[in-house]
Structure formats: structure tokens, C-alpha cells
Design a protein around this ligand. Structure first.
Ligand code: NDP
Ligand code: GDR
Length: 351
């Protein structure tokens, strides 16, 4: 029997890759999008899945319980992957209540709809390493105490515990993937990796002067999104619902990511100065290419993330394989291609 899955947030990075994966496994996929003046389907289009006969787009808003109920009544899924969220940490400081409604309470709307209509549906919650925040141990695994440092992290922690609670209270198969940062050419440009690869390729092509960043010292465990959606699927195939960390077990600074991406473009950077005065200078020409703009600092920062995905390897047979160098190369090549095209071809992309 073919399976049916719902993916909330299919217009986002992970939603698009997960839809591609599930379709390749023979699933019927209902991907949700939000009603807006203009909806942007560039990611599913770029993956070539928009026209797949087993792929259906459904309108849905996470903040509306009725919307969640109608979604399940209409699609009758066996699996729901809850990827929709206000997912930008920086924005969550300016819109904390909205972030709480969407990213926190939104998950409960889906859980409630499952509880009311069909408790046999398997539910995946997109939890995050941001829940570790001010880290209490290095590396972080499923046992590490949480200490979120942003309204986003706090909202995700609420959704995470509600998933555990529905598992324990109502016997619902609710699993949670605590995923560390994962990137790709489909990453939104507001996130630092794609901001870097987009800007450096424009600098290389001569259409941008400088890249302005915030905290260069933050360390992240960056993996490749396509591998992480495979992990999400494996999490929902396990015999028992559970919580799993997915990570690469390597960590580098934002500055390192800039250096790696610059190298892909044959730009050799040297760093001078400290704090707000730090600059990244092209060795060959002496041009200032990277500067600090304190507007990109966060009121509270997560300084270091490094994940231990040992449990996922042991139980699910999942592990991250893509090197950081290959990830940077993929992202730089895609942005070089996009930014080399005439302007009217890139209008559809984000940002
Ligand atoms: P994106 O920001 O790319 O995608 C988020 C999706 O949520 C978009 O499709 C967006 O729709 C949708 N959305 C936002 N608000 C609502 C709402 N009120 N109702 C319905 N849909 C809504 O995120 P990613 O793909 O990167 O991440 C997927 C999930 O995993 C998110 O929950 C994120 O917080 C979490 N996560 C991500 C990690 C990462 O490194 N990428 C790591 C750990 C967790 P629209 O296009 O209309 O804005
Ligand atoms: P993050 O990702 O907050 O980890 O959340 P982001 O790429 O936004 O920031 C990573 C680190 O880079 C620093 N930084 C900057 N960040 C942005 N966006 N823009 C800048 O100019 C900049 N300069 C420095 C940040 O301070 C931070 O330390 C992502 C999201 O996908 C979440 O939804 C997800 O849960 C986590 O990853 C895991």
C-alpha cells in the first residue's frame, strides 16, 4: 500500500527536500503552503517536483486548529512532518509572541488534530539544537539539559516537550528530531551560510562591494540538508517514537565558513582588527570585502553548537557524510550560477 504523508512548510528548505525524498519512495505527498499575496514555490520548482502527479499543495496555517483538522480530514495521512515554523532566530527577538504562536503553539494544533481525528498518525516534530542554547555540555546529545537563548529556542522547546507529552499521555506516535544547522543551495538568504555564499559570488562577479555580518566567532555544526531529511524519514520508521539528535559532530566559526566559501572562489582573505572593527581583506588586492555590522548581533547569542548523533547512528543507521568543503562548494556553485543569470531570471528566488 502506498503511504500518504503531510509536510507542513513545504515551501521551505527542508520541506522541499523531504517532499522530493518521499516522492522517490512512492509516497503521495501533501505539502502545505500559506495563503499570502504571492506564494513562492521556487524550491519545489528547482527540484522539479511541482508537476509530480503524487505531489499536492494544500493551503494551511499552523496557527489555526480548524485548518489542521481540515488538513487531516482531507488528506488522511499515515505520517505528518511538522516543519512549518517562524524559523529565523534573529526575527524571533523582534516578534517573540508571533514566534511563540507559530513555532510553539502551532505544533499543538497539529497534535490536537491527530488526537481528535486519528491517533494512529505518526507525527514528526522539527526540534532544534537552538534548544541547547547556552550549552550545558559539549558535545550535545539527547541527554544534554536544555537552555534556550532566544524566543525561537523557547518556542521550539515548548513544542518539543508537547510532542513528548502527547506520546506519554495519549500514546500518540510523536517523535522529535533535534537537528543541528543544515544548509544547502536551497537555504534562505537570511541565514548566514547562504548569505555568505550569495554575497561572495556577487562580489566575485563584480555586482556587490562588501558583505556585512554580525558575530563571526559563533560556532556551528553545519551539515547538508538533503541528508537530514533522510534522517527525519528514518525517525518516523522506527518501531517506537523517540527523540534523536542529527548532527555532523564537527564545529567551525562563521569566519571559517566565510574562508572556506571564499577559497572556492579563489579569494584569499586575511582578517584584521577585532570585534566591531574586524575586517576581511582580499590579500591580492587589499580590498575590504567583509565588514561587521552590529545590527546583525543578537541580544543573546548561542556561542557553540557541536552535536553527537551517536544514537541516530546506532538505532537508525543514519550519519552525516558530506564534508564542510563539499557543502560550501555546492552552495557557492549554485549561487555563482544563479547570480550570473540575467536579473529577470532570478526575480523568483528568495530575498
Ligand atoms: P524555512 O524557514 O526554510 O521554512 C519554514 C516553513 O514554514 C516555510 O514553508 C514557511 O512558509 C512555513 N511557515 C511559516 N509560518 C507558517 C504558518 N504560520 N503556517 C504554516 N506554515 C508556516 O525552514 P527550514 O526548512 O530551514 O526548517 C524546517 C523546520 O526545521 C523549521 O521548523 C525549523 O525551525 C526547523 N529546523 C531547521 C534547521 C535548519 O538548520 N534548517 C535546524 C533545526 C530545526 P512561507 O514560505 O510561507 O514562509
Ligand atoms: P541559526 O542560523 O541562528 O543557528 O538558526 P543563522 O544562520 O541565522 O545564524 C548562525 C550564526 O551566525 C551568526 N551570524 C549571522 N547570522 C545571520 N543570520 N546573519 C548574519 O549576518 C550573521 N552574522 C553572524 C549568528 O549570530 C549565529 O550565531 C538556524 C535556523 O535554521 C533555525 O531555524 C534552526 O533551528 C537552527 O539553525 C539550528
Amino acid at each position: 500500500m502506498t503511504k500518504t504523508a503531510v509536510i507542513t512548510g513545504v515551501t521551505g528548505q527542508d520541506g522541499a527536500y523531504l517532499a522530493e525524498l518521499l516522492l522517490s519512495k512512492g509516497y503521495t505527498v501533501y505539502g502545505t503552503f500559506r495563503r499570502a499575496a504571492s506564494v513562492n514555490f521556487w524550491r519545489v520548482r528547482e527540484l522539479g517536483i511541482e508537476a509530480d502527479p503524487n505531489f499536492h499543495l494544500v493551503e494551511f496555517d499552523l496557527t489555526d486548529l480548524g485548518s489542521a483538522i481540515r488538513l487531516i480530514e482531507r488528506t488522511k495521512p499515515q505520517e505528518i512532518y511538522n516543519l512549518a515554523a517562524q524559523s529565523f532566530v534573529g526575527v524571533s527577538f523582534d516578534q517573540p509572541a508571533l514566534t511563540g504562536h507559530v513555532t510553539g503553539l502551532g505544533a499543538v494544533n497539529v497534535l490536537e488534530a491527530i488526537r481528535i481525528l486519528d491517533p494512529s498518525i505518526r507525527f514528526y516534530q522539527a526540534s532544534t539544537s537552538e534548544m541547547f542554547g547556552k550549552v550545558q555540555a559539549v558535545p550535545q546529545n539527547e541527554e544534554t539539559p536544555f537552555y534556550p537563548r532566544s524566543p525561537y529556542g523557547v518556542a521550539k522547546l515548548y513544542a518539543h516537550w508537547m510532542t513528548v507529552n502527547y506520546r506519554e499521555s495519549f500514546g500518540i506516535y510523536g517523535s522529535s528530531g533535534i537537528l543541528f544547522n543544515h544548509e544547502s543551495p536551497l537555504r534562505g538568504k537570511e541565514f548566514v551560510t547562504r548569505k555568505i555564499t550569495d554575497a561572495l559570488t556577487r562580489i566575485k562577479l563584480g555586482t556587490l562591494d562588501k558583505l556585512a555580518l554580525g558575530n563571526l566567532d559563533a560556532k556551528r555544526d553545519w551539515g547538508y540538508a538533503r541528508e537530514y531529511v533522510e534522517g527525519m524519514w528514518r525517525i518516523l520508521q522506527a518501531d517506537e517514537p523517540d527523540t534523536f539528535v542529527l548532527a555532523t559532530n564537527r564545529t567551525v566559526t562563521v569566519r571559517d565558513f566565510v574562508n572556506q566559501s571564499a577559497r572556492q572562489l579563489d579569494i584569499d582573505l586575511v582578517w584584521q582588527g577585532e570585534g566591531e572593527s574586524e575586517v576581511g581583506i582580499e590579500r591580492e588586492t587589499g580590498r575590504e570585502l567583509v565588514v561587521i555590522d552590529p545590527r546583525f548581533y543578537r541580544p543573546a547569542e548561542v556561542e557553540l553548537l557541536l552535536g553527537d548523533a551517536g544514537k541516530a547512528k546506532e538505532v537508525l543507521g543514519w550519519e552525516a557524510k558530506t564534508s564542510l568543503e563539499d557543502l560550501c562548494r555546492m552552495m557557492v556553485e549554485a549561487d555563482l550560477r544563479r547570480n550570473s543569470r540575467p536579473a529577470h531570471h532570478i526575480l523568483e528566488e528568495d530575498g
